[in-house]
Design a protein around this ligand. Structure first.
Ligand SMILES: CC(C)(COP(=O)([O-])OP(=O)([O-])OC[C@H]1O[C@@H](n2cnc3c(N)ncnc32)[C@H](O)[C@@H]1OP(=O)([O-])[O-])[C@@H](O)C(=O)NCCC(=O)NCCSC(=O)C[C@@](C)(O)CC(=O)[O-]
Length: 299
């Protein structure tokens, strides 16, 4: 298959990037400032918040305030995670454009992350799907640990395909395939994708790769070759995983954008502004900038 001509970058930094940040809860104004700067870069899909239990993820406890505080830009989809009906109702009240349910291909990861089995998680998502349909809100579905699990090691591609199919069958318009701990390599990514596309068309898939082992760009190249045209990424490579020590954030959006423009793939995102945003948020959080391109191009 040929490379796509255009890719949609789904920006993860306000949610996946900030949810595990150590230290005190980040000020709401920093979160809204980040989201507004990202929209100004030309990003049209920004995962902005997470309506989960604040006891589990304290950094996302101000989700409603974040959604209320953003100066919204037309044409931008402001999405949020909703693990259950309570999360959906809160997200609806906060006027999100899209919600996301999140499951895993590994039983152990599912238990640690959302405190239930894979089968129970799918049951829990059903009322979210029903309510979302009633309110005409699109639902994205995540599958975590698609290329490896911190507890179980290798994950069979067929297991990933089963969960992806279940999410697609219940009405998720897009399935994002997460290499949660960034352990995968390109052939493995291709094999996993091959198994998933037997059940879910590639047009409905997104790649969500973390960069712990420095393989994320290579893995993205591998799945781009197979036609994946939605890529999740996080400016300055923000993020981590509380269940895998040393795990890095999503691949840096700046690095993905640089690679895509070299491949003549359009995104509509301004690299210069994105680099400035990565520098800004790294300074706000007082952490090193995790983007190689961001470091090379910062002025
Ligand atoms: C799913 C639950 C809620 C189950 O948690 P639980 O303890 O099993 O649920 P519960 O129904 O028994 O509720 C316990 C308490 O939480 C409250 N509660 C219940 N639901 C909500 C809600 N929506 N919003 C706010 N509060 C909520 C509920 O009201 C109750 O409050 P209490 O009576 O104790 O005061 C919990 O495990 C949870 O919030 N987990 C979140 C985990 C998470 O956010 N992980 C990170 C995101 S996933 C990810 O990063 C991976 C991804 C997507 O990026 C892809 C990849 O990289 O692989």
């Amino acid at each position: 298959m040929a490379f796509p001509k255009q890719v949609r970058l789904a920006e993860m930094s306000p949610r996946d990037g900030l949810q595990n940040e150590a230290g005190p809860v980040i000020a709401t104004e920093i979160k809204t400032g980040l989201i507004e700067r990202l929209a100004d870069c030309g990003l049209t899909h920004i995962e902005s918040a997470s309506f989960v239990s604040p006891k589990w993820i304290p950094q996302m406890g101000d989700a409603a305030d974040v959604m209320a505080g953003i100066k919204r830009r037309s044409g931008v989809r402001y999405s949020a995670l909703t693990p259950n009906l309570k999360g959906f109702e809160n997200a609806l009240a906060a006027d999100v454009d899209e919600v996301a349910v999140f499951g895993a291909a590994s039983e152990s990861f599912s238990q640690k992350n959302i405190n239930c089995s894979i089968a129970e998680s799918l049951e829990r998502f059903l009322p979210v799907m029903e309510a979302a349909q009633k309110h005409n809100i699109p639902v994205r579905g995540y599958v975590s640990t698609v290329l490896g699990c911190p507890y179980e090691g290798d994950i069979a591609p067929e297991q990933v395909a089963r969960v992806a199919k279940d999410l697609a069958d219940m009405g998720c318009h897009e399935i994002s395939l997460g290499d949660t701990i960034g352990v995968g390599t390109p052939f493995q990514a291709k094999r996993m994708l091959e198994a998933v596309t037997k059940h879910v068309p590639v047009e409905r898939l997104a790649a969500h790769f973390h960069d712990t082992y420095g393989q994320a760009l290579a893995n993205l190249y591998a799945v781009l070759e197979e036609g994946v045209a939605v890529i999740d990424a996080s400016v300055a490579g923000l993020g981590g995983c509380p269940y895998a020590s040393g795990a890095s954030g999503n691949v840096a959006t700046e690095d993905v954008l640089y690679m895509l423009s070299g491949l003549d793939i359009r995104t509509g995102v301004d690299l210069k502004k994105l680099v400035a945003t990565g520098v800004w948020i790294s300074n706000q959080l007082n952490r090193p900038n995790g983007s190689k391109v961001g470091q090379a191009l910062k002025s």
